[in-house]
Design a protein around this ligand. Structure first.
Ligand SMILES: [Zn+2]
Length: 389
């Protein structure tokens, strides 16, 4: 992702965000290096740095002098400069966490609730938010992000099944969350939230093109292209769990037979392990996972497939071992520097960090038109509050 500044005065909020994003991605980094990367003058970058330091979003440390000359200040994100709530609602429970700007989980609350309805979920999230905010009573809260399973707004697939949430259709989720918690709220799919977390904090940090295969209660995936998760026309791209892998196989609530997630998902693991044991299940589903990997590679040509989700770490490791040797595909090349399959074992934490990142990126991510001027830029709130005081 190349971030370039703009010389237009109306582009100041945008320039602030690309400077902040550059520090986040490359920190500790000196201002001369930032200026070079974003194509702005050192003077412009220095002005922005002063503003961001005043807002407590970044901190600088003077490096040890190397030889003669004035030592450069290395700038990093201030982890405690801002906080967000990340929430995850699934058919098996609700998890809520307080997360700082560096993606570290400060505190976490979890409740096991089978198929929570909206009223119950909003009440739990509101209570958990109040409890977690006490961990940083003076912390600047940038918002709340909630991840939930898809598919979204699909008439033909608004089915009732073990991997979906019922009673959530037509609920104004964002509005209800904002009213309940008093925070700016954002909602996203669980798979794209987990993929966002991988891009920001995990194995995807240094990758431009990767596929994130998510083994949750249901199974899904998303292709991250040039740093952005591909959404499709209605945000449902990547529902690989509802592709028929076994013609005439087990019926699925979506209306098809033999869908991948009827066999390969946490829901299927819970069901099958009771009968054939965990190792028996791994052996049973390994060929399906191997086929899925080949299909994904040939469709998207990713640098790697990051395999993550909510299954226990030991199970994820067993699955990753059981698919070897992988089948031939466009990904089979001698000059590979990273493996075709990269295991992510961050599970629930990845989802919660990804959910919080929905809130962070709405305030912090570089976008043209993010605040037309200084007065409307949410990044500059602190000075406004101080001016008012
Ligand atoms: Zn299905």
């Amino acid at each position: 992702m190349s971030l370039r500044g703009t010389n237009q005065e109306s582009g100041r909020p945008y320039n602030r965000r690309i400077v902040l994003e550059t520090i986040r991605l490359h920190g500790p980094v000196a201002r001369g290096e930032i200026a070079r990367r974003v194509g702005l003058t050192v003077q412009t970058v220095s002005t922005i740095i002063r503003e961001l330091e005043l807002q407590d979003f970044i901190i600088g440390a003077r490096e040890e002098p190397k030889g003669r000359g004035y030592p450069a200040t290395a700038l990093t994100l201030n982890p405690e400069g801002g906080f967000a709530i990340g929430a995850n609602v699934t058919p098996i429970g609700i998890d809520v966490a307080l997360i700082n700007l560096a993606g570290q989980i400060i505190g976490q609350v979890g409740r096991e609730i089978s198929h929570p309805d909206p009223d119950r979920a909003f009440a739990e999230i509101t209570d958990a938010t109040a409890e977690l905010r006490r961990l940083r009573p003076k912390g600047r809260m940038l918002g709340l992000g909630m991840a939930m399973p898809g598919p979204f707004d699909v008439e033909s697939m608004s089915f009732v099944g073990p991997t979906t949430l019922q009673g959530w259709k037509d609920v104004p989720i964002q509005e209800r969350l904002m009213t309940a918690t008093g925070l700016p709220a954002y909602v996203g799919g669980d798979v794209s939230s987990a993929a966002l977390s991988e891009r920001l904090y995990g194995a995807g940090r240094s990758l431009r093109e990767f596929y994130y295969l998510y083994l949750g209660v249901g199974t899904g995936g998303t292709f991250v292209h040039d740093g952005q998760a591909m959404r499709g026309a209605r945000g449902n791209a990547g529902e690989i769990g509802h592709v028929s892998f076994i013609p005439g196989g087990e019926p699925c609530p979506c209306g098809n037979r033999g869908c991948l997630e009827r066999y390969l998902s946490v829901e299927a693991l819970d069901r099958r392990a009771k009968i054939i044991g965990e190792d028996g299940w791994v052996k049973e589903v390994a060929p399906l996972l191997r086929t899925a990997i080949t299909a994904i590679e040939n469709l998207f040509d990713p640098e790697t497939i990051i395999f993550g989700g909510l299954a226990p770490e030991a199970v994820m490791k067993k699955l990753a071992r059981a698919v070897e040797p992988l089948q031939p595909s466009v990904a089979e090349r001698r000059d590979r520097t990273i493996p075709r399959l990269t295991l992510s074992v961050t599970g629930k934490a990845a989802l919660l960090r990804g959910a919080a990142a929905l809130a962070f990126s709405n305030v912090l991510a570089p976008r043209i038109g993010s605040g037309s001027d200084d007065d409307n830029d949410p990044l500059m709130q602190k000075s406004k509050a101080e001016k008012a005081a």
